[in-house]
Design a protein. Structure first.
Length: 136
């Protein structure tokens, strides 16, 4: 079940490969009622405790499959459904320290039913914000 805030607390954790912590992940939900095609997504920015992550530092995971943020426009046939959270994986050697973090996520998407001159990108005009706890 999805939480009401756009930034989901379930799944906020560090990511490890073997014994090395390589980054962290932030689950987010979509507020658009129809879902969006990955090619409609604008690049996301994740800021944690004032440190900004963007572009190739972020990988989107939709339905268990990973997509480089810089390649999203190449997937016009993959849809992010409104009832499925996306996982934003952020590369950061060592990950985040355990404890309380101020997390901001900003992303937008185009609307398939508006002409390009009117479509300025929907979604987060302001970043979504949430205080999160990173525990073991």
């Amino acid at each position: 079940m999805l939480e009401f805030p756009n930034i989901q607390s379930r799944g906020f954790r560090n990511i490890s490969e073997g014994n090395n912590i390589t980054g962290f992940q932030v689950p987010v939900r979509l507020t658009h009622y129809r879902g969006v095609w990955l090619s409609q997504l604008r690049p996301a920015t994740v800021t944690v405790d004032g440190e900004k992550f963007e572009n190739e530092q972020i990988t989107w995971v939709i339905d268990g499959k990973s997509y480089a943020q810089t390649d999203l426009q190449n997937y016009p046939n993959i849809q992010w459904h409104s009832l499925t959270p996306a996982i934003l994986k952020i590369e950061k050697p060592g990950g985040l320290p355990l404890g309380i973090h101020d997390v901001q996520v900003q992303f937008a998407y185009s609307s398939s039913y508006l002409p390009p001159r009117m479509d300025l990108g929907f979604g987060a005009a302001q970043p979504y914000q949430r205080t999160m706890v990173l525990a073991r």
